[in-house]
Design a protein around this ligand. Structure first.
Ligand SMILES: NC(=O)c1ccc[n+]([C@@H]2O[C@H](COP(=O)([O-])OP(=O)(O)OC[C@H]3O[C@@H](n4cnc5c(N)ncnc54)[C@H](OP(=O)(O)O)[C@@H]3O)[C@@H](O)[C@H]2O)c1
Length: 311
């Protein structure tokens, strides 16, 4: 099968297209999916660059990619909630036991798979798993955001931020979002009540006493504790929180590791099918242009997600 592989760690120059990769074997508890579309996440670039090699050494050749949407081609032993022919989406990154989604077929643990939202196409569905599950885990599971509460979302134009703004508004919160200058209009369109241009403003002089902060931009983590009110909560997508700072400000601080679980994906499908949550796709590429897609993703500051159509 065709697959986007690497044979060693590095920049985009190590990305190769293989036409004779082996179709992944399906283990117990896994599904084999014919991949119709995939999308890129920061972790895909980090894995390729070798930043995670101590935590998760790859065996080469290794297929890149995690997010996917496609059709179940085979189910492994013990899989009962998904069957051959189902249209599904989920996460198949090597980091979480999958075989990599930038390929004609991928194997994924069934607990990271769910039926895809019926109302959107494969490309839009593939844009959702990790970013959407991240937004749901942060806003509904950790923060438990309620009507009238105030939340600051750093990185409002990104994959996670663009969904998190919409989700926070669904919970009838007051939403401030930080974005770069060219994305102010977008953040307002997504529903933000207040938009901070991080290029020209210091958010700590504008935001005070908020119930929650979702940190989707690493540069803003250290200054975010002080804008949360006592008893409030900070969720970091971008690295370990500082427990001492959290204690000093009297807040809860959580380092999130997104699960991309079936239940999170089901919740995402429900929100998308009811028209309450809309995926944001910046640009779509084909599998043959995967290296170009990574270059675009890493250099061009996309709004929302970069998608790769495979079928
Ligand atoms: N912990 C986990 O399980 C997990 C899961 C998924 C993602 N992540 C991490 O979460 C972060 C966000 O993910 P993502 O998929 O949303 O990434 P993304 O699509 O690249 O979005 C990040 C956004 O942040 C904006 N940004 C950059 N610097 C900023 C700043 N100083 N203040 C405010 N916004 C800023 C960028 O916009 P401009 O380019 O216009 O500046 C971009 O839109 C990444 O670091 C990713 O690695 C963690």
């Amino acid at each position: 099968m065709k697959a986007i592989i690497i044979n060693n760690y590095g920049g985009t120059e190590v990305i190769e297209t293989s036409n004779d990769s082996q179709k992944p074997a399906v283990k117990a508890g896994q599904v084999l999916v014919e991949v119709h579309a995939a999308s890129l996440n920061r972790i895909d670039s980090a894995i390729r660059a070798g930043y995670l090699h101590q935590m998760m050494p790859l065996s080469f050749p290794s297929v890149l990619g995690g997010d996917f949407a496609g059709i179940v081609a085979e189910v492994g032993e013990g899989v009962i909630n998904v069957k051959t022919g189902d249209e599904v989406y989920g996460y198949a990154g090597a980091f979480l036991g999958g075989s990599g989604s930038l390929a004609e077929y991928t194997s994924a643990s069934v607990d990271k798979v769910s039926k895809k939202p019926r109302s959107i196409d494969m490309a839009a569905a593939a844009s959702l798993p990790l970013a959407g599950a991240s937004a749901i885990q942060a806003i509904e599971e950790h923060i438990k955001l309620r009507k009238g509460q105030k939340i600051l979302i750093h990185g409002g134009s990104g994959g996670i931020g663009s969904l998190a703004i919409q989700l926070a508004k669904l919970h009838e919160a007051y939403v401030a979002a930080s974005v770069s200058t060219s994305n102010i209009k977008l953040a307002k369109q997504l529903g933000a009540d207040e938009v901070i241009d991080y290029k020209t403003n210091d958010f700590t002089s504008i935001i005070k006493g908020y119930d929650a902060v979702l940190v989707g931009a690493a540069e803003e983590l250290n200054n975010s504790y002080k804008v949360v009110k006592k008893g409030g909560i900070l969720v970091s997508m971008v690295g370990n929180v500082d427990e001492n700072l959290a204690k000093e400000y009297g807040i809860t601080a959580i380092t999130q590791m997104t699960q991309t679980s079936t239940s999170q994906l089901k919740r995402l499908s429900e929100l998308v099918e009811s028209g309450k949550l809309k995926p944001l796709i910046d640009k779509t590429f084909t599998l043959n242009n995967a290296r170009e897609a990574f270059e675009y993703f890493e250099q061009k500051h996309p709004r929302g997600k970069v998608v790769i159509k495979i079928k």
